[in-house]
Design a protein around this ligand. Structure first.
Ligand code: C5P
Length: 403
């Protein structure tokens, strides 16, 4: 059965250059088996013709609150009750403000107010300054506090010539989020996932070590997002100060060698391996038994290469679906693509790191690349981005197991 079979989706389209993407979204929804009714704002009609949406959905498109012809077929209150989910893409700053304030100025905002549909999914698209404006941010926070799902916006070049956050997320990602919600968050039910997170510490002597800035937040957020999808999660964590996510089996390790042992012990039966840890590439050749004294002006350390855990897992004959991370300070995309190939991975999630960016921060932006596709995930909180990444992993895992 198609993933959205029989689900009733009310697709709201507001005015913006991204409105053309709504046609592709409607097509994907219909292809996935959803019943789709489109409501456009009056200004959205300036950007994309209702006939296009009507042809795709096979249903009349509405744009007016007081339209005797349409009202006699299905009144707006009836339409509000019909909807199982209201999905608004693209959503303008004005629509977000209206919905946050509970206004009912036109058909779409009235439907949002009149509907008891628990699921309101909004994909903002606007100029970056409008998105960043405190008023918009406050409105978005208000919607989130009401459990409205906000997808995106993506970061990048805008039609107005600016660069920044404000591009509508790709229709495929909206579809994935919707599938996820309708699947009741059980896309990975019964799948064992082994996940590494946090830094490693390589001892120099009894009191000192070589380490890195990884906080483990991204890996721990991933562990929670995987559990939310029904996965059985083994989280192999380097030294971090984070609470164990609910229903996760946690194995604490310190060094890269211990992490590797824990991974190989946990791997039997695993469908997916995610290497999120910032593993030390080198360890001291010898560990001093006693504290090293500052007896000399200079000190030379000899380091030896640690095994690459991810490459070793990816090289196994009967290997799980392998996901790696690439934290880079520059040329993120180029290095990530090279790493995907060199390590023989199924997917890689790349991010730019620097001071307070990536490693210790509470939010993150990722470029996810797999063989034959890519998806940029705009800057957002680590739990939110983890949920989106798990969806992409589930998509590609499903695609691979289906072949
Ligand atoms: O080669 P690089 O260290 O940049 O690769 C990063 C990816 O490889 C991450 O997914 C990381 O968890 C994994 N890795 C590993 N073992 C290592 C080094 C990196 O699993 N020794």
């Amino acid at each position: 059965m198609r993933p959205l079979h029989g689900h009733r989706v009310l697709l709201g389209i507001t005015a913006g250059i991204a409105a053309y993407k709504a046609a592709e979204l409607a097509r994907l929804l219909v292809k996935d088996g959803a019943e789709v009714r489109v409501v456009m704002t009056r200004s959205a009609v300036q950007f994309i013709g209702p006939m296009t949406l009507q042809a795709i959905t096979g249903q009349p498109v509405r744009d007016a609150l007081f339209d005797p012809v349409h009202e006699s077929a299905m009144g707006h209150i009836e339409l509000a009750r019909w909807a199982e989910v209201i999905l608004v893409a693209p959503a303008t700053a004005d629509f977000i403000a209206q919905t946050a304030a509970g206004m009912a100025h036109d058909l779409l905002s009235t439907l949002c107010l009149a509907s008891a549909a628990p699921l309101l999914v909004v994909a903002p698209a606007m100029n970056q300054a409008m998105w960043r404006h405190p008023a918009t941010q406050a409105n978005v926070a208000l919607l989130r506090s009401r459990e409205v799902t906000i997808l995106g916006p993506d970061h990048g070049e805008q039609a107005c010539g600016d660069t920044g956050p404000g591009r509508m997320v790709e229709p495929a990602l909206i579809l994935a989020a919707l599938r996820d919600r309708f699947a009741g968050g059980r896309r990975l039910a019964g799948r064992r996932v082994v996940l590494t997170a946090g830094p490693t510490r390589e001892a120099l002597d009894p009191v000192r070590f070589l380490g890195n800035r990884s906080s483990g937040k991204m890996g721990f957020a991933l562990a929670s997002a995987l559990v939310a999808q029904g996965a059985e999660v083994v989280l192999i964590a380097g030294p971090v100060t984070l609470a164990t996510p609910v229903a996760v089996e946690r194995i604490d390790v310190e060094t890269a060698l211990q992490m590797r042992d824990a991974v190989f012990t946990s791997l039997p039966g695993a469908a997916i391996f995610i290497a999120c840890a910032a593993v030390a590439d080198f360890r001291p050749a010898t560990v001093a038994e006693q504290k090293i004294k500052k007896a000399t002006e200079t000190l030379t350390l000899e380091l030896i290469r640690n095994p690459d855990i991810l490459s070793e897992v990816a090289a196994l004959a009967d290997r799980p679906f392998c996901v790696g991370f690439a934290a880079e300070t520059h040329d993120v995309e180029t290095y990530a693509e090279a790493k995907l190939m060199a390590k023989g991975l199924d997917m890689i999630a790349a991010n730019q790191v620097g001071v307070s960016q990536g490693f210790e921060a509470d939010d993150n932006a990722l470029l996810v690349i797999w063989n034959g596709g890519r998806q940029a995930l705009a800057r957002q909180s680590k739990p939110q981005i983890a949920a989106l990444l798990v969806n992409l992993i589930a998509d590609q895992f499903d695609a691979q197991t289906a072949t």
